[in-house]
Each structure stands twice: as C-alpha cells, then as structure tokens.
Ligand binder design. Structure first.
Ligand code: GUN
Length: 282
C-alpha cells in the first residue's frame, strides 16, 4: 500500500511561511494585494477564484475580485489589465482561464506586466523558467516539486515521466524536474505505446485531464505517482487522472484527489504573490 502524500498539510505549511512574511511586510507599512479577474460564468472557475480569495485572507493579502460578464470584449479586458498593471496597490494579477471564445488568451497573458504575473504565464517568465533564472514559480509544477521534497522523494537521476504537454503543467513540469537533475520524458496524445513509457517511470506525473486514465498496469511497482488531474466523473465526484484504488496498491507513494496537488497550486500562488509584493516593496 502506498504512502499518501498529503497536499493539504504541505500546502498549510507553505501558507504559514507566506503568512509570516506577509506580516513582516505589513509591519513595514505595505498592504500587499492580489487582483483576481474572472470573465463569464464557468462554474469550476468560480470555485477556483473563490478558493484563491480564501487563501489570500488566510495569509493576509488583500484580494480584489473583478467579475466581468461573459460577453466582455478583448479590448475591455485589456483595459482592465492596463489599469491593474498601473495600480500600486495591486502586486499580483491573475486572470482565470479559460476565457470566453471572443478573447484571445495569449493576447491577455502577454499584456500582464511580467512583474505582476503571479501565474508565470507571460513569455518573459516562461523563458526565465526555461533557463532556470526565475522569480515566479509555475504554480502547479512548483507545487508538485514541493510535495516531492516534503515526502522525501529524491528527484536527482530519477526517470520522471510526465503525461501531458500543456503550457500550464506538462512543459514547465518537465523543466523543473530537469533543473532538479531528473531524466525527463514528456508523453502526450501522439506518444506510441504510452504504457511502455510510463512503466519506466520512477516518478510518474499525470496531467492529462481524463478520469481513470492511469491504470495499475501503467505503473512500475514502487513508483511515486503524482496526480494533477481534476475531473468530474459520471456521478459528479471530483476525481484525478489516476485510478487511485488500483494504483495505490502498486505505487510506493501517491497523491490523492482532492487534497493533493490542488491545494499546492494555490499555496504556490500565494508564495508568488509574496515574491511580487517583495519585489515591489524593496
Ligand atoms: N485555470 C486552470 N488553472 C489555472 C491557473 O493555474 N491559472 C489561471 N489563471 N487559470 C487557470
């Protein structure tokens, strides 16, 4: 039976560290704040945004919510982003994705000031992650690394297989593992014989977006399995990408859903907001 890597607990420790530093900043007269922009009525996005606001309250950040209607134009959103870029009480800006189809996500993400880009989605920050010279951590991948560290998993020299090549998770995940001297394979929908690849993994990271995608036969006995998925199954229950019940019998350690990677992503967002606030209040 696998050890369970408790993301909620590790996230609470990260947030406690952030909270202490926020208090120190406030003692110097700063009032650090995060702007969270939500466009439209995506129910999952609403939940994510309200969770981020709860996290802000917990660590002591002011949070400013901008809820815009579904029919908001790209120009209107660009105007808001420009206003937030210029506002000294806003240290970090997060525009919740996905955006409605009339708005080009790339145009918006490129418009956010790199110094307030707490998601690390701006090309300047993405490039910095690539070369290992970065201030903002990519939230989900950095959360995964933090969990591996907290669980005592040594990445150095290990074969790390990432399933998924998104800009938000798969690609930066591969890069962070590489920075920690992992040997990295990134698999995707065109990978031939996926199970053959995943069975090589000492550390297997699933970021596919499909419930029950990773089955026990895809996992090497003793592997560490990290589940980034957040899916609703047929009964509406929140589940990951990994068939937990069967994989936990094979893996040496595994992350649950919920209570695994999700809380870590949120905790790293708070750490990034702190980094932004410190850079802007030197
Ligand atoms: N939508 C799903 N994940 C994320 C994230 O990490 N950041 C933002 N801005 N939107 C998301």
């Amino acid at each position: 039976m696998a050890a369970i890597i408790n993301g909620k607990e590790i996230a609470a420790n990260v947030k406690a560290e952030v909270r202490a530093e926020v208090e120190a900043l406030k003692a110097k007269g700063a009032n650090p704040g995060l702007a969270v922009v939500l466009v439209g009525n995506n129910p999952a996005s609403r939940v994510y945004v309200s969770n981020k606001e709860k996290d802000c309250a917990e660590v002591g950040f002011a949070s400013y919510e901008y809820a815009l209607p579904e029919e908001t134009t790209e120009e209107e959103l660009l105007e808001l982003v420009a206003k937030l870029n210029a506002d000294p009480k806003i240290n970090g800006i997060l525009v919740q994705l996905p955006l409605p189809k009339q708005i080009c996500e790339q145009t918006i993400l490129h418009a956010i000031s790199p110094s307030k880009d707490v998601d690390a989605f701006h090309p300047e920050n993405v490039g910095r992650i690539m070369i290992g010279d970065y201030s903002f951590l990519p939230c989900t991948p950095a959360g995964v690394i933090e969990m591996l560290d907290a669980a005592g998993v040594d990445i150095n020299g290990k074969h790390c297989v990432v399933i998924g090549r998104s800009n938000i998770v798969g690609k930066p995940m591969g890069m962070l593992l590489l920075h920690r001297n992992g040997t990295v394979t990134i698999c995707h929908s065109r990978t031939k014989d996926l199970a053959e690849q995943t069975r090589q993994a000492d550390i297997l990271i699933a970021a596919v977006g499909k419930a029950d995608f990773v089955t026990a036969d895809m996992v090497k006995p003793g592997a560490v399995v990290i589940d980034v998925g957040m899916n609703r199954n047929a009964e509406g229950k929140l589940v990951g990408d990994v068939c937990y019940d069967e994989v936990e019998k094979v893996a040496s350690a595994i992350t649950p859903v919920p209570g695994g990677v999700g809380p870590m992503t949120r905790a790293i967002l708070m750490r990034n907001t702190l980094t932004a606030a410190k850079m802007q209040n030197p």
